[in-house]
Design a binder for this molecule. Structure first.
Ligand code: GLP
Length: 263
């Protein structure tokens, strides 16, 4: 795992954008796994500003709330259209999120897995981390062979994401979601985790330096053979192994192209 600590969120987002842009340049028909959350908003805006060619690209998002249709402003489909898809030249028919209003959720999840398989799997999976340690919506005790499925959200996640829902307007956060499983995420050819901000310092130290445990599903990324984690200094504040984080970056020619961004 390569861990890169950037001086601030802006630099971290720029580095993540550059890595995605290069993956797309190397493979124009890239299959991207995408994530939502406040952390990703500026990354998507930056990627859109780069005017890249996404016309051959396919995307699969990690997760979607159960019960929210695409036009609901709190759905992840709405988020993705707003922050990314409506700003780039992607063919919307190639963008996929689980359908949280499907009648048969189990069948919907199986269909989603099949679609990913038919697309040849995810080439590059973008990940954030929730305060519960989740990747996607894989809450504590999600087993590591788990696939796309319906899950219950924990109180920590309800508290983290609840404020996005405006109760005065009758909006209510669903307590269930559809999410790629930990096993689904680990099947991606490459993982790119982006985590910024002080409030993530505790959970990111558990995920990266703690034991691999299903109580912190983010720690599963330690198993992946090609995983890059980009942090800002605030998120990295509680890592005890900080001195090791730059080592790959300093010596490995694969990072040459990115040195100017991070310096
Ligand atoms: C949601 C998503 C996760 C994401 C997390 C982080 O819960 N399901 O995939 O990693 O948000 O959110 P934020 O970036 O807002 O902290």
């Amino acid at each position: 795992m390569d861990i890169v600590i950037c001086k601030n969120a802006e630099t971290a987002e720029k580095l993540a954008a550059a890595i995605i842009a290069d993956a797309l340049a190397a493979k124009p028909n890239l299959t991207l796994g995408l994530a939502t959350g406040a952390t990703m908003e500026n990354l998507y805006h930056k990627l859109a500003d780069m005017k890249l060619d996404f016309s051959l690209c396919k995307t699969f998002n990690l997760d979607e709330y159960v019960g929210l249709p695409a036009e609901d402003r709190n759905s992840y489909r709405y988020y993705m259209n707003y922050h990314f898809f409506d700003r780039i030249n992607i063919d919307k028919r190639n963008t996929h999120l689980e359908n949280g209003v499907a009648e048969d959720l189990e069948a919907e999840c199986a269909r989603y897995e099949e679609m990913m398989e038919e697309a040849g799997g995810v080439d590059l999976q973008l990940l954030g981390i929730g305060l519960s340690g989740h990747i996607g919506f894989n809450e504590p005790f999600s087993d590591w062979s788990s696939r796309t499925r319906a899950v219950n959200l924990t109180p920590v996640t309800m508290a983290q994401n609840g404020p996005y829902f405006d109760e005065a307007k009758g909006e209510k956060m669903p307590n269930r979601a559809l999410t790629m499983g930990v096993g689904t995420v680990l099947d991606a050819k490459k993982l790119l985790m982006l985590v910024t901000g002080e409030r993530k310092a505790d959970i990111i130290s558990k995920a990266l330096e703690g034991p691999m445990t299903s109580m912190v599903s983010g720690s599963a990324i330690q198993l992946h053979p090609d995983c890059v984690v980009i942090l800002d200094e605030a998120a990295a504040a509680k890592l005890t192994m900080k001195d090791y984080c730059y080592s790959a970056f300093a010596n490995d020619p694969k990072w040459d192209a990115y040195r100017d961004i991070v310096k």
